[in-house]
Design a protein around this ligand. Structure first.
Ligand SMILES: Cc1cc2nc3c(=O)[nH]c(=O)nc-3n(C[C@H](O)[C@H](O)[C@H](O)COP(=O)(O)O)c2cc1C
Length: 195
């Protein structure tokens, strides 16, 4: 089939978010005048190495966006498969000022380089300074870009000097209400790699 988004897809559910998959989930922690906040965002990725930078997109004027516009900082917590229920609980539309760490029973720790909470048990956390908030086409679509100023790695995820996904099993977002757990990984060298 072919369709133009502006004409509609004619399917029971919008297939768009099932096309670009699997997507990593940035579990975004922020703080603001009304307290700490935690919510998952799968329009998330790394975008540069030096300095390291990440992006995520808010489809709607959400609490995470309001907080990071206020403070200039946010943290990205990486989600292990076993954190599915807690991560999902933090996506609930709770009243502004509700601390999702407490509501979902997620242990909190403090960041080192920014004044922001983080998920204590996350396999990794990226502490970020906001560099840009871009208004995207459409109503209330925003792209948030941040520079990573501190990185926490859970000690038991480091194996022989490498951050090992087998130790935490990354959780990824598929389309609809589907998820994937990354269990099957392999190495494949590039043409220019030297052994
Ligand atoms: C796995 C998952 C991924 C999500 N990805 C996004 C996303 O990329 N952008 C977005 O605006 N909302 C996304 N949501 C919905 C938000 O998490 C939800 O609107 C949440 O209430 C926002 O919280 P906040 O207002 O505290 O920031 C996602 C939800 C789930 C469960």
């Amino acid at each position: 089939m072919f369709y133009r988004p502006q004409d509609g897809h004619g399917l029971p559910h919008n297939p768009f978010n099932a096309l670009v998959t699997p997507r990593p989930i940035g579990w975004i922690s922020t703080t603001g005048p009304q307290g700490d906040n935690l919510a998952p965002y799968s329009f998330f990725n790394a975008v540069a190495y030096v300095p390291p930078q990440v992006m995520f997109a808010s489809t709607g004027a959400k609490d995470s966006l309001a907080n990071l516009q206020d403070t200039g900082v946010f943290a990205v917590n990486i989600v292990a498969a076993q954190m599915l229920e807690q991560m999902s609980a933090t996506s609930a539309a709770l009243p502004r000022g509700t601390d999702e760490f407490a509501a979902a029973g997620v242990a909190k720790a403090t960041c080192t380089t920014i004044a922001c909470p983080r998920v204590a048990d996350a396999p990794a956390t990226l502490e970020c300074q906001v560099t840009q908030v871009l208004a995207l086409k459409g109503e209330n679509n925003f792209l948030i870009l941040g520079e990573v100023t501190g990185i926490h790695l859970k000690e038991d995820c480091l194996v022989d000097g490498r951050f090992d996904p087998a130790r935490y099993q990354p959780l990824a977002r598929m389309g609809y209400r589907d998820y994937a757990i990354v269990r099957d990984t392999f190495e494949h060298l590039r043409p220019d790699d030297q052994r």
